[in-house]
Design a protein. Structure first.
Length: 96
């Protein structure tokens, strides 16, 4: 279930990032993603979509790793991403 959640958060992050960066309200904090965004927004979006599709495919093909390490990492990613989405949303609403 967390892989679906992460896929959705990743797509939401892409949309909120584009909205925030294009309106000059936020900047991309991840140096790798910022480089992609600055050089080619299409590549940035394609990578975000590809990552979400990969997460969904792991679930659909029942290939989600079951180790405690992966479960912990997935939970950490979900909490972190939820925080990021919350911050993006807050900044965009406050600055509107």
């Amino acid at each position: 279930m967390l892989f679906y959640y992460l896929a959705l958060l990743n797509l939401a992050d892409a949309a909120l990032t584009v909205a925030g960066v294009e309106s000059s309200r936020i900047t991309e904090a991840n140096p790798l993603m910022e480089t992609l965004y600055v050089n080619d927004i299409g590549l940035f979006l394609a990578l975000k979509v590809l990552l979400s599709v990969a997460l969904v495919l792991f679930v659909l093909y029942k290939k989600v790793p079951q180790s405690k390490f992966v479960k912990g990492l997935t939970m950490l990613a979900a909490v972190s991403y939820t925080t990021v989405i919350g911050l993006h949303s807050l900044w965009l609403v406050q600055l509107a």
